[in-house]
Every structure is written in C-alpha cells, then in structure tokens.
Design a protein around this ligand. Sequence first.
Ligand code: ADQ
Length: 487
Amino acid sequence: MPYPGHGGREGSEGMLISPREKSRLVIVSNRVPAPQDRSAQAGGLAVVLADGLRPGSLWFGWSGKRSAEPAAPTLQEARGISYATTDLTPAEYQTYYQGFSNSALYPLLLYRLGLLRFRGEDFDGYCQVNARFAASLAPLLRPGDRIWVHDYHLFTLPGELRKRGVAAAIGFFLHTPFPPAGLFAVLPHGEVLLRGVCAADVVGFQTAVDRGHFMDAAIEMLGARRRGEDTLWLDGRRIRVVVAPVGIDADGFAAMSRSAHAATATRRLAESIGERALVLSVDRLDHTKGLPERVGAIEAFLNRHPQWRRKVNFLQVAAASRQDVAEYQRLRRNIDRMVGDLNGQAGEPDWTPLRYMTRPVRRPTLAGFQRLARVGLVTPLRDGMNLVAKEFIAAQNPADPGVLVLSKFAGAAETMADALVVNPFDTGAVADALDRALGMALDERQARHAALLAGVRRETAAAFCAGFLAHLSRAAGPAMGLVEIPA
Ligand code: ADQ
C-alpha cells in the first residue's frame, strides 16, 4: 500500500503541510545523549547535529536505560530543545539492540559477513521497537515538522510512522557504509528494512559508493525504478537518495586543540615522549576499526624500519564500546593480548613502543594529543566516514603539521586524497607508509596538510546539516516557505 507523505505521485510534488505552520526539526536516533553529554565538548551526534538543533527542535529516542515495562516517553527541556526519551525493556535491549542491530545488521553493513549472527527473535524485536518508537513519537508530532531519522537501528521507523498516518517530510541518514547489493541480500528480511526506509522522502549516505549500493539493492530487491543519479520511484512515491558527508566543527576543534596543547594532560604526555615522535590512533574499540591489523602493522614497521626503534612512541586510545556484546569482549581480550605480546617482544627497559588506553579520555584532552602527534594513524577496515581523521587534520599546527595515514576503506578517503592512503589489511604497506610519514620533509607536510584542511573546513558538520535539511525541505515542498536552513 502506498504511504502518505511527500513523495507525491510520479511527476508531481506532494503538498500536505500548511504553509503557515512553522517547520520544526525532529531528530530521531537510537540513543539520545544524557543531559551531561549534550554539549559540543562531549562529541557524538550532538556535535554533528549542533547546527541543526535549534531552540524549538525535538530529539526523540532511547534514554540509554532499561526498565521492566515500556512507559510513555519522558520529556525534558534544555537550552530550548525538547528531549523525549523512552527506556528499553531487558528483552528489547537483548533483541533490538544487542541482537539484531549490533550482532547482525552492523557487521553486515560493515561488510563483515563472518561476524553476522542472525536470530529470528532478534529481528522481531527490532521491528517491534521501531513500531513502538513510531507509536510514541507520532502523538508528539505537529503539522509542518521535518523528521530526521538517524542510523541503522531505525531502518523500519519511517515506514512505521507512515502506517500511523504521519505525512510529514521524513529524512533518513545512514552513518555507516551501505554494502554492495549482493552482500546486503545475505541479510534475512533485508527487503523489510529497505521498504521501511523507502517510506522516507530523502535517504542520505556518507559517500557516492554507499548511495550506489543502496540504489542497486532497492532496485534488485524491491523493484524500485531509478530516475537519474539521485531518484528512486517505488509504489508511486519518489525517494531522493543523496550524498551528505558528515563533517566536524573544524575551527572549533582547532581552537580546542590549541588551548588543550598547553593543558596539563598534554604537557605530561609531551614530557613523557620527549624527543620521540608520537604516532596517535583514536577509536571506539570496534572490530571495524582494524586494531588487530594495526598492531600487526606496528610490529611490521619495527621489523622493516628498525632505525625508528626508540625514536617513536605509538599511542592507541581505544574507548571500550558495546562491552556486553560477546564479540566485542573477544575483540578486547584479543587486542589486550596483542599489545602485551608486541611490547613484550619489542620493548626495552626504558622504551615501550605501544601505549594503550581503554579508559575514557575527554574530548579536549584528545584534541591536545592530536596536536602533539607527528602522525595520525587511522586505519579502519571499513568506516562510514571516520571523523577522527578530520579532527587530526583540524588539530595540527599548519606551520609544522603532522601526517595522516588513512585507510582507503574509510568514507573520509573519498575526499582526503592528500593523506597517505593505505590498505589496512596490508600490514607491510602500512608499515612503509609510517616510515614515509615520519621522514616526510616540512614542505610536503605543509602542502598535504593545507589541501586536507581546506576540505575539512569546507565539509563541516554545519555544511552536513544544512545540506541534508535543504534536501528535506525541498522534498517537503519548495513553495511552502519551509526552507529554514541553518546559516
Ligand atoms: P564512530 O564509528 O563512533 O561513528 P568516528 O567517526 O571515528 O566514529 O568518531 C566519532 C566521534 O567519536 C569523533 O568525534 C571522535 O573523536 C570520537 N571518538 C572516537 N574514539 C574515541 C575515543 N577513544 N575517545 C573519545 N572519543 C572518541 C559513526 C560511523 C563513522 C562516522 C560517524 C559520524 O561509524 O564512520 O564517521 O558515525 O557519521
């Protein structure tokens, strides 16, 4: 059955919102940040969306808590923004979150078929939570709202909203990659997810490659029809499929790194490093970030380029994530062991090649560390974008910048060709890139950094919000005065 909304009939624009209604932005994401994490200092989605979230906006999603019974959403307000959060029941947490989202869908989207664990009851839980979120959100909506749904936990939410008669403009943005259609077809019930997300008016991806894969999957699995490079038609509705690369607040991060450079934590790190060069990696502890392969590359580097021994310190900051998923516990144990093995074999009484922290590090402190680093080593096996790569570039001193070694499989590589781009599975090649980065002359470092910084300052978080919301407003109806794009 065709959904209501703004897709319109083929060849026409939908126009269901009163032009007099003020357009409010409604963000929906799996997690809504806790009050203490809602500042630009805390990182995450709050930073990415800072320019879209204006007083009057509503943010809906999971509180991060669990409680025995699903209850009506809790409403809070901070700095003029309303937050509506709901708890998950233990069963929902198990099936929707740990199960289908993080043990089946996420590995699949990241091309890691070997890690995919599918259970029918997890998929049912996923669909039920999406339906429950839609049922809780629908009564909070007002005419003229623009709804922006984030990420893979909520593929079926747009369809569930439409089933409840929601006619507002809906956008969906996927932060992860979207795999080739043949790979996506492996996921049982993948067509249910595609159909759910195709109820949105605008579907956004980090890169052109991801968009192409999604369009192929919708065509092959749902029988959608392509019109031009950014339009699909399905069941008489039009879906715009857009590329909107996520960025950072480049100038804000640069300022943070300059002030953090003088702070105690950075000075202590600088003193402990002394004359040695710092090679820094910052990641969530996740199988897609390529940490075991990176430790292998560091080992290869020390073997192939022994002249750098004692002259370099690697620092891996790895924030523990999803530690109640068994695969993540295994990964952590594996990395703990690999780091211990490397330091045991290559270390000396007064030199530990690889320092490793899983304790949380505050964002300003990380910005200071980034500025201190001679090399940023960012080698995910696959990544939607990877904002750490952009933050590393923003944090550098342009007069004496460090060098970025970046995986070709991060979305960021599509626009960061002036990094030393590597295949993270090829540990020898990563080792050689490290040697090149550490030995690079100042003029080449400056030229590469200037080119990269220009891109990072162009594709900011603000530009991402403005770009996506402009698409959404156009989908809502260009003649209705709804185009309220953040400056
Ligand atoms: P993530 O995989 O979480 O996000 P990423 O882009 O690397 O990844 O980082 C997001 C933010 O988290 C950055 O601001 C970064 O500084 C911070 N961060 C990472 N590791 C940290 C650590 N150890 N301690 C403190 N902060 C840390 C998903 C997708 C990415 C995509 C983003 C945004 O997987 O591909 O870039 O969303 O769309």
